[in-house]
Design a protein around this ligand. Structure first.
Ligand code: HEC
Length: 423
């Protein structure tokens, strides 16, 4: 009984305090730890750390500005259109707390109320990886233009390996735009590498090798944080397959070298299903110059018998992209259900988004993608001057309209190469 009364009193006090002036020790430190530090920490993509009270105090005015204008945190999916794990979006209450705190002069409050410091993870966000894949030697991309370069990394394992997630540490964050790991089961990448001088080889439209259905292992773009796949699910690296690391460089006005590293985290549990990346895409479009709202759509029907579950989604456009919406309609239904929606597309903030709960996609469901482009002068990101018609391609001045859906199939045993290891 005493305990109950005590709890009630604490509860009431707690309620009072929450409405009082926010302090760093009580509220702000917790919000920053949850929503800002994945990027604002040493050696990560943000230009400064937000680890201590001194950091937050120094930046208080800017924090107020960027959260008021919703520039930070750069979480893009629109609420209510798909639910994602590890969202770093701020709730309205958290936003107001940060603003009030800055307005009050960024008070520290009572340091006794600071949260316990969690041990730093070091340079890898999920702790030490099981294997680090490094570009064999450093590479200096040409200045001022897009350069897609592929590096072949040998695979020392003599059994299939199951990857839960990967983390990427760009050797030079100023020039590395994105990194995708592909699988090469036929040793073609090594031949391409030999045929070209210098480290790696040029690989404009993909890795330049024949790809199997489970071709991609992982991707990284600024703003994406590594997330482990759900239990029992992994991406398979088949025995003998080599990993090709495709790095997209854009070295604006600098000559700099890069040696990017990828950390792989292998499954420790028994794997029941492989993750496949299904591309929903339209490659045949031309966006007329001057058109500010140009829609491009694509449909992808889930094949008969292959009930699927969507685990992850990676929407992708380039600089003319404004909005991207992915929905699905179940067989015999007419109302589409949301997968993801991004209204203010920003090429610099792309992510692999993991659904909070995997989304069942029954066989014969239709996935529908809709991209909207702005190829007008009013688009400050438009790379073309003068304006020109723009179609599908991998260069910065080309466009893409694609969403890669990371799915598992309920009847994995119906799929080709279905050799899940029983461990
Ligand atoms: C996903 C990564 C990421 C997260 C999460 C993030 N930031 Fe940032 N932040 C950046 C990067 C990168 C920049 C550098 C500016 C840019 O490139 O857009 C930045 C810049 C800033 C700036 C300076 C902006 C300017 O205009 O001078 C402030 C202030 C800031 N962030 C505050 C925050 C706060 C507060 C949070 C959490 C509520 C947060 N950020 C969450 C990546 C992030």
């Amino acid at each position: 009984m005493r305990i109950a009364i005590f709890l009630i009193i604490v509860g009431v006090l707690g309620g009072d305090r929450a409405s009082a002036q926010p302090t760093y020790s009580r509220e702000v430190s917790r919000i920053v730890a949850e929503k800002c530090q994945i990027c604002h920490r040493p050696n990560d993509i943000a230009p400064f750390s937000l680890l201590s009270y001194e950091d937050a105090q120094t930046w208080a005015e800017d924090i107020k500005r960027v959260v008021s204008e919703r520039i930070m945190p750069p979480w893009k999916p629109v609420e209510g259109h798909g639910e994602f794990r590890d969202s770093y979006a701020l709730s309205e209450e958290q936003r107001q707390t940060l603003i009030q705190w800055a307005d009050a002069g960024a008070p520290l409050g009572d340091p006794a109320e600071l949260p316990e410091v969690t041990a730093p993870t070091g340079e890898w966000q999920l702790g030490d990886p099981d294997m680090v894949v490094t570009m064999p030697e450093s590479y200096t991309p040409p200045r001022g233009k897009d350069d897609y370069r592929c590096f072949v990394v040998s695979n020392p394992f003599d059994e299939p390996m199951y990857v839960k997630t990967a983390d990427v540490i760009p050797g030079n964050r100023r020039i590395v735009h994105h990194v995708i790991l592909y699988l090469d089961t036929r040793g073609q990448g090594a031949k391409l590498d030999e045929a070209e001088p210098g480290p790696g080889y040029t690989c404009f439209g993909g890795p330049g090798v024949d790809l199997d259905i489970n071709a991609a292992v992982a991707g990284w773009a600024p703003g994406s944080a590594p997330k482990r796949l759900p239990d029992g699910i992994a991406v398979q690296i088949p025995k003998g397959a080599q990993v090709i690391m495709q790095v997209h460089y854009y070295a604006r006005g600098v000559t700099a070298e890069d040696q990017t590293r990828v950390g792989l985290y292998f499954a420790k549990e028994r794997i029941e299903r492989r993750l496949f990346y299904v591309p929903v895409l339209n490659t045949r479009f031309t966006i007329p110059p001057g058109n500010a709202i140009y829609p491009v759509t694509a449909n992808f029907p889930i094949p008969p018998l292959l009930d699927a579950r969507a685990i992850q989604i990676f929407p992708h456009m380039h600089l003319l992209g404004r909005q991207i919406i992915v929905e699905y309609t179940e067989p015999r239904q007419t109302t589409p259900k949301p997968l993801i929606r991004i209204d203010d597309w920003d090429f610099n903030w792309q992510g692999f988004y993991n659904f909070k709960d995997p989304v069942p996609l029954p066989a014969l469901s239709n996935i529908r993608l809709r991209c909207t482009f702005d190829n007008s002068e009013g688009n400050p990101r438009n790379p073309s001057n003068p304006l020109k018609p723009v179609g599908w391609g991998e260069g910065t001045e080309d466009e893409m309209c694609v969403a890669f859906l990371g799915v598992v199939f309920e009847r994995e045993n119906l799929l080709p190469f279905s050799t899940i290891q029983q461990r």
